[in-house]
Design a protein around this ligand. Structure first.
Ligand SMILES: Cc1cc2nc3c(=O)[nH]c(=O)nc-3n(C[C@H](O)[C@H](O)[C@H](O)COP(=O)(O)OP(=O)(O)OC[C@H]3O[C@@H](n4cnc5c(N)ncnc54)[C@H](O)[C@@H]3O)c2cc1C
Ligand code: SF4
Length: 332
């Protein structure tokens, strides 16, 4: 591990000022929250900051469910949100995405803000033995082209990077039109989570619209009739402690036996959490008939591009959508 000093600022303003001096990505000064992703990357020399600024005790950790929706402070632990009775009842897709993430030990240590900013699980990014990784080392190339790409993306890729976004939570939140409150040195703003993540294009090392020093302060999810009838389906190589091969987050507003409105987002297949508006439009007015669902789900594959080892995900993601819609639709 590259040596670093740990800063424990007295308040958030001091933390923001410390980090803001240091530039955008993989800077010499970085934040650390629960440390569950950061420490792994430090241990593997993937990240080499000289100073780590601890956010412990500086950010809100409240979970509030009210008439306008859900608000979760960025410092809330994944386990606390997953087990919150109102989240379980009114936002099951969020509770399920969290419970299907990592392990109980990690969920008790990891924060909601840190989850949204975890780095990709692309094995070439996480192994500095591979020199070619545009995300880790801009301009160096991409070892996944020509390498094993089973874990990689079908949607939103560029010739510079095909890494998937790893967060299950982010997929559920994107499906629910969540937004995040961002705090910087001199201003605060709200960003729709769907606009928060950038596509890799020619700059895969710049993953979000955060400016230097800005923190995620809170997550907000608007209340809608669809949130209760929601489901997160995660397909993975083993039943726990594993990232998604493919996942689908679905929220439905029903009109009797027909879908009035559907929200669908995919994980494991996109370079960011992937909303599928064409599928949503095709589901509007449909019944839960498997043929109609299958026809709508096929639209998710329209712009998908497999790279060989990950071709199977094109079929798998369509099946995941169908099953997730059926499960959400069966909910009272
Ligand atoms: C073995 C293992 C299995 C896992 N499995 C899954 C899984 O199945 N699904 C899944 O979704 N995740 C999984 N994870 C990822 C895990 O959920 C994340 O590591 C965790 O949520 C990160 O939160 P943290 O508070 O520990 O963040 P940290 O590790 O402290 O930080 C992560 C990043 O976020 C930045 N950061 C943290 N908080 C803020 C903030 N408020 N504002 C700005 N920047 C911030 C840090 O600078 C750092 O870059 C797994 C992790 C491990 C180690
Ligand atoms: S896919 Fe992206 S993260 Fe993985 S090696 Fe290529 S550039 Fe790096």
């Amino acid at each position: 591990m590259h040596p670093f000093s740990l800063e424990r600022p007295r308040d958030l303003a001091a933390a923001l000022a410390l980090r803001a001096q240091a530039g955008r990505n993989d800077a010499p000064v970085e934040y650390i929250a629960g440390g569950t992703d950061m420490v792994q990357l430090l241990q593997e020399y993937v990240r080499r900051p000289e100073r780590l600024v601890s956010l412990a005790g500086l950010l809100d950790n409240r979970i509030e469910v009210g008439p306008k929706g859900l608000r979760v402070g960025a410092a809330a632990m994944m386990a606390d949100v997953a087990g919150h009775p109102s989240v379980v009842e009114q936002y099951p897709v969020i509770a399920e995405a969290l419970l299907n993430s990592a392990s109980p030990q990690i969920r008790n240590q990891a924060t909601m803000g840190g989850n949204l900013l975890q780095r990709t699980r692309c094995p070439y990014f996480r192994d500095v033995g591979y020199a070619a990784c545009n995300k880790r080392s801009p301009g160096s190339g991409c070892a996944a082209f020509g390498g094993d790409n089973r874990w990689h993306a079908l949607l939103g890729t560029s010739e510079n990077c095909i890494a998937t976004h790893a967060s299950d939570l982010a997929v559920a939140l994107v499906a629910l039109d969540a937004a995040i409150d961002v705090r910087g040195v001199s201003a605060q703003r709200t960003v729709a989570l769907n606009d928060f993540y950038r596509l890799p294009a020619s700059t895969p090392h710049i993953e979000t619209v955060l400016q230097p020093g800005e923190v995620i302060a809170a997550i907000t999810v608007p209340l809608s009739p669809a949130t209760r009838r929601s489901h997160y389906l995660k397909v993975r190589d083993r039943a726990s402690f594993e990232f998604a091969v493919v996942s689908a987050a679905v929220a439905l507003e029903m009109d009797g036996a027909r879908i009035r409105q559907a929200r669908v987002a995919l994980g494991g297949v996109g370079t960011k959490p992937w909303r599928v508006p064409r599928v949503e439009a095709a589901l509007t007015g449909a019944s839960l008939d498997p043929t109609a669902l299958r026809r709508a789900a096929a639209l998710a594959a329209q712009s998908a591009r497999g790279r060989g080892h990950n071709d199977f995900k094109i079929e798998l993601m369509q099946r995941a959508i169908v099953r997730a819609v059926e499960t959400a639709g069966a909910r009272a």
